[in-house]
Design a protein around this ligand. Structure first.
Ligand code: URA
Length: 271
């Protein structure tokens, strides 16, 4: 519904929305119209106040949809595979965070069935993934493959991605701003695929997706609601390589996922 907005505010707001679009962010939280006022926009992004002064007296009619309801590029895609291709194209040769100039060889977008019922989300590409352009292809990937096989499914049946798509130097833990910059593209991949369940591998994936700072002992063993999709947390395969005793616990987590997906639970666990 058209409302009146200070033209300077409108310009600043348009710029801000364009900026977020370039970052791959298309979804904005909007308060109900009745609650919203021109000032509430400034409450949402207080820094806009600086971009607006001195305020112009003239107000212009603004259709909120014109500003906020911007369809994602993949909105018109006929199927998840096409949507994923569009998201990949939108990502381009990404330079949105400093990792692009810190030795990454290539972007590691994600791999698997675009219609997967199950998604695994890890932390960040390592050296092997950076080299091959595919997530989880190194030693941790071999173990993830075993985990998937133990569930009675194939790697090609699931979709595998990471919180961030570029290798951090020396395999360090991703910085918070790297996760925040990169994860909107992952959110769009999840929305395009529409899995029945997501498994977050390790604490970095769990903390980023759930925006909760908790230890693994608290994350594991139950379902979370992630934007309407069930999400479970288990140990990262790289951790299991260091502490294989935790494979037993991981198998419990995977059994919970299998039950949810209606998969028969074999007696044998993760090896
Ligand atoms: N570790 C991850 O978290 N992701 C990969 O792709 C490889 C190792």
């Amino acid at each position: 519904m058209p409302r009146t907005l200070d033209p300077q505010l409108k310009r600043a707001l348009t710029e801000r929305v364009r900026y977020y679009r370039e970052l791959g962010i298309y979804d904005f939280y909007q308060r109900p119209i009745a609650e919203a006022t021109a000032n509430s926009v400034q409450e949402l992004w207080p820094e806009l106040r600086d971009e607006m002064t001195p305020r112009s007296k003239a107000a212009v009619a603004v259709d909120e949809d014109e500003l906020f309801v911007v369809p994602k590029p993949e909105a018109g895609a006929g199927d998840p595979a096409a949507a994923l291709r569009m998201i990949r194209e939108d990502l381009g040769d990404c330079t949105r965070c400093p990792l692009h100039k810190q030795g990454r060889k290539q972007i590691v977008f994600g791999v698997g069935n675009p219609r997967a019922e199950l998604m695994f989300i890890g932390e960040a590409p390592g050296a092997d993934e950076d080299q091959q352009g595919e997530p989880f292809v190194g030693r941790a990937g071999q173990l993830l493959n075993n985990m998937i096989k133990a569930m009675g499914i194939r790697r090609e049946d699931v979709y595998i991605a990471n919180i961030i798509k570029c290798r951090p130097p020396g395999n360090r833990t991703p910085e918070r701003d790297e996760c925040e910059t990169c994860s909107p593209f992952l959110m769009r991949q999840i929305a395009a695929i529409g899995p029945k369940a997501i498994v977050a591998l390790g604490a970095v994936a769990a903390k980023t997706l759930l925006a909760i700072n908790a230890p693994m002992s608290e994350f594991r063993g139950h379902w979370y609601d992630f934007r309407g999709t069930k999400l479970a947390v288990t140990y990262h395969p790289a951790f299991l390589l260091r502490d294989p005793r935790q494979k037993k616990e991981t198998w419990k987590d995977l059994q919970m996922v299998m039950k949810e997906l209606g998969l028969a639970v074999p007696a044998k666990g993760v090896e």
